[in-house]
Design a protein. Structure first.
Length: 185
């Protein structure tokens, strides 16, 4: 799944080094919006930082046996955000999804379609048994995704993440492969 067309406007594809400038600009332009829930934004200061991130993603692709772990979300030929598996536990066949969408791309159903597509990819192509999502308790938009797609709340982790000047608790969601198959039938 190097490029996966979801519909006429949306697709998922691997980021490549040529995307560094566009991806950097998306990140910087959305920084005030994203900073409420993403704790790494202060580490992105120049295009080279984004290029290093893309290089790490490409390395993970090779380490994952030629299966990409993360994707650019493409909307009308522009990078709108990113989605992927931040972690894959091969022994237990568990993948943990992470995602974000640029501020100007919100409210168009883009992330819902990308999220569903990544779940299918995780269960079908990567043969995962379980997919997890960890989301800050107060992040209602991000929590809506796993809830919409049948994920079950498995617990809450107190002070799971440091966001600049405070800790936030996380809700852990999980979905099993057999549950997804039932939901899709």
């Amino acid at each position: 799944m190097l490029i996966h067309k979801i519909d006429q406007e949306i697709s998922l594809r691997m980021l490549n080094i040529d995307d560094a400038e566009e991806f950097f600009n998306l990140t910087i332009n959305s920084k005030p919006y994203l900073k409420e829930w993403l704790g790494w934004l202060d580490y992105v200061e120049c295009i080279e930082d984004t290029a290093q991130n893309i290089t790490a993603r490409l390395k993970a692709f090779a380490e994952n046996g030629g299966y990409p772990r993360s994707f650019a979300i493409i909307y009308k030929d522009h990078i709108a955000g990113t989605i992927g598996f931040n972690d894959i536990n091969k022994t237990n066949k568990i993948g943990t999804i992470g995602y974000w969408l640029g501020e100007n791309f919100q409210g168009k159903g883009i992330m819902s379609k990308a999220f569903k597509s990544l779940i299918d990819y995780g269960f079908k192509d990567l043969a995962l048994n379980k997919i997890e999502v960890s989301v800050a308790v107060g992040n209602k938009k991000s929590r809506a995704l796993p809830e919409r797609f049948g994920f079950v709340v498995e617990g809450e982790i107190r002070q799971a993440e440091w966001l600049y000047d405070h800790y936030v608790d996380h809700v852990i969601y999980g979905l099993l492969s057999n549950e997804w198959k039932k939901l899709c039938n």
